[in-house]
Design a protein around this ligand. Sequence first.
Ligand code: ZN
Length: 294
Amino acid sequence: MQNRLFLSISLIVSFFATGTKSYAEEIRVLVADGPQGAHNFLETTPVLIEILKTQPRFVVTHTRSSEEACKDGSYQPSFADFDVVVMNEGFNAPLWPKATQTAFEKYMAEGGGMVSIHAANNCWPDWVEYNKMTGVGGWGGRNEKSGPYLYMDDEGKIIRDPAPGKGGAHGPAHEFEIKVRQPEHPIMKGLPLVFKHGPDELYDKLRGPAENVTILATAFSSPDQKGTGRHEPALMAISYHKGRVFHTILGHHTSQIQEGSFVTTFLRGTEWAATEKVTIPVPTEFPNQEKSSE
Ligand code: ZN
């Protein structure tokens, strides 16, 4: 009896030791995508997975929704098995089943991680909690009812503008500068204060609940490129209850997501969303780098 008890205790102890060890070393990443109206997820998802797999700590799994599985309720990824969910969703994506929405809200509220890439802020305008997670979004009928426009003025003051109007726009793809606004944030620490990205779409006029959003970096949306003349949020950190979201507006297609500016911020943002810490270094050959005199 005593031996059996001892064996049980040993098993329990080794179970927890193994559990703790694997958690510390591995970051379990779920990449989620599905049919969508304006972006080629069939081409971008494999590239995103390849980029994630450059990190030995990342263990990557992929889940793909479908119209049918969303309609009949059978699309039910097991979020609890992952440290972070990378959303490569997009405009007009089929709405997740209600039970799956609730499961994802619970996962996030209890401390889960999410990464919103580019068009992942376009989908699901009526899923209230998802819009709190992305903070701001565009298209899909978003307007003043979705929440304020969020941007920075020339002095770096955060503006929440409730003015009526459509949410989400972009001019032609072009090269633009990313300006770091939170250089001490774990994702941004060590990056040049200003760096270039593109040609890519510079999302502007994004609006939404805009609660608990930290604007990590902005991009100036130039009127010369049919932009707003505002410093638009380009990289954001959002807290959702105990959960963390890294939101990047960058990454229209495969060439954009293979750019060093995207790769570095995406990998560091994914690690942060999963663990709250960043250990992935900024490459010394960080591309498009402009040393800022600030
Ligand atoms: Zn796009």
